[in-house]
Design a protein around this ligand. Structure first.
Ligand code: GLN
Length: 535
C-alpha cells in the first residue's frame, strides 16, 4: 500500500487545537493497526525553537535524536506512543538554511533560486522523506499558522503540488476552523468558516473534511449550510466541541466519524479501532476519585505552556492512581526562606522545574530546603536537580557559596559546572547536550524501584552537570548518586535515602510520559504525595 498523506490546515484563528486534532486522528488510526507519524511544518524563520524563550514559544520538546522541536510533537508522542525525530519538525528557517547551503555548494549552478520551485521543492522533499522511509502507512502533516498568513503560502503551495505528485487518492486535506457562537444573535455563525475555505481555495486547496471547533453542538441546519457553501459532503463536516480533557478528543472525533471519513477517502485497509486502554484512562482523568496538591516551582509559571510535558505527565501519573493532580503554580522569583512555608502550605509534593539563567534560583533553593527538611516528596528536574545539589552542598555539607557556574563563574564551590565539551561552544543553536542517553540505576534506589529496570534511556537538554570533584563530599553528607551515564560516568540522578521521596534527575522524564506508558518517576512521585494524604 502506498503511503498516504493527510494535510491539516487551520483557519480563522490560531489556538484551535490543530495539534490535538492531528494527535487524535493519529491515535484513532494507530488504534486501527496502522503505522502513523505526524509532522509539523512551522512557518517561522528560526531554524528550530531551541533559541526562543518560553514566553515566546512555550516548551521546547526534545526528541531521542536530540532535535529541539515544537511542543506539538509532545502531543503526537503522548497520543500515538511512537517516538518522533528531527524529521517530524520542519521550519521555514530550516528549509531556507538547507536551500542556501545547497546554493553555496553549487547545487543550482546557473539557475536563479526561487520560492517556487526551490523552496516548495525542499518542503515537498521533507514531507516525502518521512513517507518514503517506508516506516509508515499514514503521514499526517500539520501546517502551522493560519491560512492566509503570508509566511504560510509556500507550505500550502507545496501541499497543492504534492496532491498531484503522489496522487489525489493518496492524500486528504482537513481544514480546522472556528464556528463562533454569537451571544447577541443567539446563534452559531458560519461566515468565518466560509471565508477561510475561500482563502484556501484562492491558493489552490479544496479541503476534503472540515473540522469545526464550536462551543455548542452543530445542529443539522448549520452542518448543511457549511457543507453547501464550502463544497464538502455533509458527513465531512465534523464538529469538535470543547472537551473536558484533550484526551477526550480522540473519542469525540471517533463519534463524529473523522477516522472513518479519512479511511474512506484514502482507501485504507484496516480493522476497527481498539481503544481498550484509552477509554478507562479518559474516565480516570475526567472522573478522578481524589485530588492531590503539588507545587510546581518555576520562573515561567504565568505561562503554563512552558511546562507542557510536565503538566501532561502529571495527568498520566494521576490517572494511574485515579487521582487528579492539582498543580499550584509557584513563581520562584517571589519565594524566599521566610515565605516558603506559607506559600507551599498544604501541598503534598514539590517539583522544582527546569530552566536557564540565574533569575529565581534563590527561591528554588528555598523550595528544595523546605521539601528536604519537612519530608515533603520532592522531584527536581534538570535545573531542579542542580538546585537540589546546590542546596544540599550549602546546607548539609557546609560548602558556603556552593553554586553552579551558570550563576557564579568564580564561586568557591562549583558543585554544578559547565560540561567539558561545552566550554568551547559559542553557537547557541542546537549545541547543548541534547537527546537520549543511557543511565544505569543503582541497586536499592527509588529510581530503580520506580522503573523496575537497571538501565534506562532518557532525554537531555542542558549545558551544565554535576561536578564529580564534589561527589565524595556530597555522598559523605548523605546524598546518594543513583543514576550514572555508563559511558562517561556523568551523574544523572541524586536521591536522599532517608527522605520519604527525594529525587533529582538531570534529564527530562516528562518528555517520555505517554498515555499508554505513564512515566515511572512521575507515577512514583504522585504515589508518594498521595501517601502523605493517607498518613
Ligand atoms: N540551565 C541548566 C543547564 O543548562 C539546566 C537546563 C534545564 O533545566 N533544561 O544545565
Amino acid at each position: 500500500m502506498a503511503t498516504k498523506y493527510v494535510f491539516v490546515t487551520g483557519g480563522v484563528t490560531s489556538s484551535l487545537g490543530k495539534g490535538i486534532v492531528c494527535a487524535s486522528l493519529g491515535r484513532l488510526l494507530t488504534a486501527r493497526g496502522l503505522k502513523v507519524t505526524i509532522q509539523k511544518l512551522d512557518p517561522y524563520i528560526n531554524v528550530d525553537p531551541g533559541t526562543m524563550n518560553p514566553y515566546e514559544h512555550g516548551e521546547v520538546y526534545v526528541t531521542d535524536d536530540g532535535a529541539e522541536t515544537d511542543l506539538d510533537l509532545g502531543h503526537y508522542e503522548r497520543f500515538i506512543d511512537l517516538p518522533t525525530s528531527q524529521r517530524n519538525n520542519v521550519t521555514t528557517g530550516r528549509i531556507y538554511f538547507d536551500v542556501i547551503t545547497k546554493e553555496r555548494k553549487g547545487a543550482y549552478l546557473g539557475r536563479t533560486v526561487q520560492v517556487v520551485p526551490h523552496i516548495t521543492d525542499e518542503i515537498k522533499s521533507k514531507v516525502l522523506g518521512l513517507g518514503e522511509s517506508g516506516d509508515y502507512d499514514v503521514v499526517i502533516v500539520e501546517i502551522g499558522g493560519t491560512v492566509g498568513d503570508i509566511e504560510g503560502l509556500p507550505y500550502v503551495e507545496a501541499v497543492r503540488q504534492l496532491r498531484y505528485d503522489v496522487g489525489r487518492k493518496n492524500t486528504c486535506c482537513i481544514h480546522l476552523t472556528l464556528v463562533p457562537f454569537l451571544k447577541a444573535a443567539g446563534e452559531l455563525k458560519t461566515k468565518p468558516t466560509q471565508h477561510s475555505v475561500k482563502t484556501l481555495l484562492e491558493i489552490g486547496l479544496q479541503p476534503d473534511i472540515l473540522v469545526c471547533r464550536a462551543e455548542v453542538p452543530l445542529e443539522a441546519g448549520i452542518r448543511r449550510k457549511i457543507a453547501q457553501f464550502c463544497n464538502v459532503d455533509l458527513e465531512d463536516v465534523i464538529a469538535s466541541i470543547d472537551a473536558r480533557s484533550i484526551y477526550e478528543v480522540p473519542l469525540m472525533m471517533q463519534e463524529e466519524g473523522l477516522d472513518t471519513r479519512v479511511i474512506e477517502k484514502l482507501g485504507l485497509e484496516c480493522g476497527p479501532a481498539d481503544l481498550r486502554n484509552w477509554i478507562p484512562f479518559v474516565d480516570a482523568v475526567v472522573k478522578p476519585d481524589r485530588t492531590v496538591d503539588i507545587a510546581l516551582v518555576g520562573k515561567y509559571v504565568e505561562h503554563h505552556d512552558a511546562y507542557m510535558s510536565i503538566v501532561e505527565a502529571f495527568i498520566h501519573a494521576g490517572a494511574v492512581n485515579r487521582a487528579k493532580v492539582n498543580l499550584r503554580w509557584v513563581q520562584s522569583d517571589d519565594l524566599d526562606d521566610r515565605n516558603v512555608a506559607k506559600t507551599l502550605e498544604g501541598v503534598q509534593g514539590i517539583l522544582v522545574a527546569p530552566g536557564f539563567g540565574g533569575r529565581g534560583i534563590s527561591g528554588k533553593l528555598a523550595a528544595v530546603r523546605h521539601a528536604r527538611t519537612n519530608g515533603i516528596p520532592f522531584f527536581g528536574i534538570c535545573l531542579g536537580m542542580q538546585c537540589a545539589v546546590i542546596e544540599f552542598a550549602r546546607t548539609v555539607c557546609g560548602l558556603d557559596g556552593a553554586n553552579s557556574t551558570e550563576f557564579d563563574e568564580s564561586g568557591p564551590h562549583p558543585v554544578i559546572d559547565i560540561m567539558a565539551e561545552q566550554k568551547t561552544v559559542t553557537d547557541k543553536g542546537g549545541t547543548m547536550r541534547l537527546g537520549a542517553y543511557t543511565c544505569d540505576l543503582a541497586e536499592g534506589s527509588r529510581a530503580r524501584a520506580a522503573y523496575g529496570e537497571t538501565r534506562i534511556s532518557e532525554r537531555h537538554r542542558h549545558r551544565y552537570e554535576f561536578n564529580d570533584n564534589y561527589r565524595a563530599r556530597l555522598e559523605a553528607g548523605g546524598l546518594r548518586i543513583t543514576g550514572l551515564n555508563p559511558d562517561r560516568g556523568l551523574v544523572e540522578i541524586v536521591e536522599i535515602p532517608e527522605h520519604p521521596w527525594f529525587v533529582g534527575v538531570q534529564f527530562h522524564p516528562e518528555l517520555k510520559s505517554t498515555v499508554t506508558r505513564p512515566h515511572p518517576l512521575f507515577v512514583g512521585f504522585v504515589r508518594a504525595a498521595l501517601k502523605t494524604l493517607d498518613a
